[in-house]
Design a protein around this ligand. Sequence first.
Ligand SMILES: *[C@@H]1O[C@H](CO)[C@@H](O)[C@H](O)[C@H]1NC(C)=O
Ligand SMILES: *[C@@H]1O[C@H](CO)[C@@H](O)[C@H](O)[C@H]1NC(C)=O
Ligand SMILES: *[C@@H]1O[C@H](CO)[C@@H](O)[C@H](O)[C@H]1NC(C)=O
Ligand SMILES: *[C@@H]1O[C@H](CO)[C@@H](O)[C@H](O)[C@H]1NC(C)=O
Ligand SMILES: *[C@@H]1O[C@H](CO)[C@@H](O)[C@H](O)[C@H]1NC(C)=O
Ligand SMILES: *[C@@H]1O[C@H](CO)[C@@H](O)[C@H](O)[C@H]1NC(C)=O
Ligand SMILES: *[C@@H]1O[C@H](CO)[C@@H](O)[C@H](O)[C@H]1NC(C)=O
Ligand SMILES: *[C@@H]1O[C@H](CO)[C@@H](O)[C@H](O)[C@H]1NC(C)=O
Ligand SMILES: *[C@@H]1O[C@H](CO)[C@@H](O)[C@H](O)[C@H]1NC(C)=O
Ligand SMILES: *[C@@H]1O[C@H](CO)[C@@H](O)[C@H](O)[C@H]1NC(C)=O
Length: 878
Amino acid sequence: MLLRLHLQTSLLIVILNCILCSSTEANLTLNGQWMISNSNKSINVEGHVPGTVTTSLVNASIIGNPYYRFNDVAYRWIAYDNWTYSRTFEVSDAIMQKDTVQLVCDGLDTVSDITINGKFVGTSENMFVRYVFNVKPMMTVGENKIVVSFRSAITYAKRKADEYMLNVPPLCPAGPQHGECHPNFIRKEQCSFSWDWGPAFIPQGIWKDIGIEAFNSPVIRDVTVVTHKGNSSIPWNVTVTAFLQASSTSSQSGHFVVRFPTLNITSKVKVHLNSALEYAVNATLSIPREAGVETWWPNGLGNQTLYMVEVTFAADNMAASRPPKVVRIGFRTVELIEDPLDNQQGQGLSFYFKINGVPVFMKGSNWIPADSFKEKVTPSVVRNLLQSAVDAHMNCLRVWGGGIYEEEFFYDIADELGIMLWHDLMFACAMYPTDAAFLASIETEVTQQVRHLQKHPSILLWAGNNENEVALAQNWYFTNSEYERFKADYLRLYVETIRPRVLAEDSSRPFLVSSPSNGKQSEAEGWLAKNPQDPNYGDVHYYNYVDDSWDWRIFPPARFASEYGYQSWPSFESLANVSIPEDWSYFSPFMQHRQHHIVGNLKMLFQIVRHFDLPESLVTCPQPKQTFLDTLYMTQVNQAMSIKTETEFYRRGRGTDANTMGALYWQLNDIWQGASWSSIEYGGKWKMLHYYAVRFFDPVIVSPFEELIDGKTSYLRVFAISDLQRPLVASLSVQLRRWDSFDVVRELNIDVNMVSIYSVFVLFLFIVYCLLLLFLCPLQRKPVRAVSIIGAKVTGVTQSESSSNVFHIQLSADSVAPFVWLEATACSGRFSDNGFMMTSRAREVQFIAWEAMTAERLQHALSVRSLNDVYASTERHL
Ligand SMILES: *[C@@H]1O[C@H](CO)[C@@H](O)[C@H](O)[C@H]1NC(C)=O
Ligand SMILES: *[C@@H]1O[C@H](CO)[C@@H](O)[C@H](O)[C@H]1NC(C)=O
Ligand SMILES: *[C@@H]1O[C@H](CO)[C@@H](O)[C@H](O)[C@H]1NC(C)=O
Ligand SMILES: *[C@@H]1O[C@H](CO)[C@@H](O)[C@H](O)[C@H]1NC(C)=O
Ligand SMILES: *[C@@H]1O[C@H](CO)[C@@H](O)[C@H](O)[C@H]1NC(C)=O
Ligand SMILES: *[C@@H]1O[C@H](CO)[C@@H](O)[C@H](O)[C@H]1NC(C)=O
Ligand SMILES: *[C@@H]1O[C@H](CO)[C@@H](O)[C@H](O)[C@H]1NC(C)=O
Ligand SMILES: *[C@@H]1O[C@H](CO)[C@@H](O)[C@H](O)[C@H]1NC(C)=O
Ligand SMILES: *[C@@H]1O[C@H](CO)[C@@H](O)[C@H](O)[C@H]1NC(C)=O
Ligand SMILES: *[C@@H]1O[C@H](CO)[C@@H](O)[C@H](O)[C@H]1NC(C)=O
């Protein structure tokens, strides 16, 4: 009864609102169909907005798949041309009668002139800025024509760099990236000019919503919400601020109303607006204990409870109020703790986050743009990737500074899944110009973005840039000869321009000037530390392709590892989609072209040969297809083992003097099908590393490693690590096996009592003989010759009763099979486990399908391999 009544009331409100809103404002979307033409008018196609020129050309069959083979270079002419978007639209009398009529462009990519009916409206130069233009004088009732003329971002950036007189390095990207120069001179996605994992497409287009908005009384553009922890009777105190845009400069008075509909809490504040065009009005609401508010927690630590907040501004002279602006928030606090450490080393500061007062070890990875063409990054693409992060027990992702401020739905999904976002501002791996116009544009960008995204509980912190402090400190771009100029520019941009803007817009989370940085220590050294990579302070980025990546001794005892990684190739299935048989050799021109990291393909082999013999015929071209497949597979084995070794080292670091409290490996996702550091392929398929992440990020893990004591005796040291918020009593079992049998040679059982939530249990075991140990030394000594040549095989596939998207796969093996790897070609989904060590005769794994699937189709698509198979032909030969 109550429910029915409620439904009827909301229906009434909806109807009422529609009647009312038509009288106070009228909006008109300009999304949808536009005409797109190039500068000499040889190409005229229909295109969809939001979208890019390139995708429209694909749709019109002017070009093929941009990711196919060498098309990133073959289609570069598109980025050198200038493209014009145009369309007509009908304007009603109701719109023209409003005081204010505005063109609102949420995102233009990037440099454009805009006209309506041939009259100049304005220009755009910053992809990350929302442009709002008053257009009433240019419009008429009836048909209107809007033209957005884009200019090549490449030629624009070059002209800006030429005009600047001084060099601002790096001038051009490294050769293997096949990129374009001077991305730092344009406020556009920096990696769209190429990166060491991505192509250069430098798109043009209207990439976000565009429309006409007409109104008589102030409209709310943005809402920020700060939640403060209170006391036991008033557990939360919330400050809600609305940013209003007025329609005229005449003063107005009215009411600002904030309502939590599900908590039945409302605040109404009388406000008087003077003769400005933009205002901020706020209200602070106390949330009493009786309201029963649930705290928002990161994934793994509790629920992600979210609350709606309705915000309205009603001018007194308005007949009735318009529908409220609704935002969704979470009640939580973030603190960055940088305290002097009282440990044996006696140096440095801690660096960790407390969420709702609880220290949280940040487990996760780094996020890069999920596609070169943003219209392809739909909510379902993002949800699938972020769910994959959650499936691997991640609670944190770093939104990296060479990409974009993502679409609102990205943050909504992160809020729902409990993924904390270390959010860089979009500056990466470069020095930047600091002329007044450029700084003014950045000021607008930072103000808008931080203000707009502030309300999301998932955002952990803002960081000014990616690697620009360390680039300057370590002379990456040969800046030392003019160090003082670059230092002054650095301070002007990040410390004097950006920092005050972020602090003014958002008091609810920390701000760091750079990543990596030494945090407070960088500040103490004038914001430019001598060594921003000092493991005793702040966060660290660590890459090492020279030393053995399966040896934990090479890794820095960092407080917080915010980047570290090793490359691998995606699956054959993904590569085959964008290549032809002549490309399928490890050293083919295609494989060189897709490798954007300098000598990256050799670096991978260099790591592999430390532990395995390389597949036969590797250096021949063309190569036997099996050798190509084996090599792709081995790059994934090496990447998975390397990141497992490094991540477990950081997790063990929580219980050592390192006080490590964060491990975010580089990188979660891919922008195309190429060699990269990612754990998930373009399209969502998990690499072996992602399956390993499920295990090494588990809240409770056992982490064994080899340690040489006194320089000669080798010990097996086992850490048990728990991130649970409660004591854990368990028993630990260590089993020793030979490679050629399933039998346990030796077994040890120990009771473990982990009292402290984060303490580690340390256990010393003398190693009887190295060869007997699984996971450790044997693999380092190329054991495969001792392994049976028969790997694992599939013996059956059945559909679950209980859940139609889950399939049971039976596996069997005749002896220990390392790195058993299942693939289901052309089937979207993931396995319950993969890349594992098979230490029993039979084992079951599940396939969780992300699309409609049958057992028959899956069985047909399934293939399984293990390390044994790589050497099968060799062994037979021997
Ligand atoms: C029209 O646009 C204004 C400004 O963005 C917004 O506040 C309002 O909710 C919109 N009205 C409708 C009916 O969509
Ligand atoms: C027009 O532009 C296209 C694309 O840049 C180019 O291929 C073509 O040659 C041009 N045509 C003329 C007549 O200049
Ligand atoms: C693709 O082109 C057709 C017309 O050829 C058009 O109707 C459709 O909207 C276009 N789709 C996109 C996404 O641009
Ligand atoms: C694009 O516009 C720029 C600036 O107006 C001009 O210099 C350039 O020649 C144009 N490119 C083409 C291909 O027309
Ligand atoms: C709530 O906020 C107000 C204004 O900032 C402050 O004076 C008050 O002490 C706060 N109350 C609690 C419980 O934090
Ligand atoms: C809690 O804070 C509120 C608002 O600041 C204050 O009025 C109240 O006395 C405090 N109650 C307790 C138990 O401290
Ligand atoms: C909501 O709050 C008002 C005023 O505090 C109270 O009169 C009303 O009973 C509350 N409604 C519900 C459903 O709790
Ligand atoms: C709220 O608005 C008042 C009046 O404009 C201002 O003095 C105050 O600083 C604002 N408070 C917050 C937390 O923004
Ligand atoms: C989390 O949500 C579940 C289901 O709504 C609820 O039963 C549980 O009490 C919540 N836990 C916490 C800690 O709030
Ligand atoms: C291959 O390309 C097709 C068409 O673009 C796409 O639907 C499919 O998902 C791709 N497969 C893989 C494994 O990338």
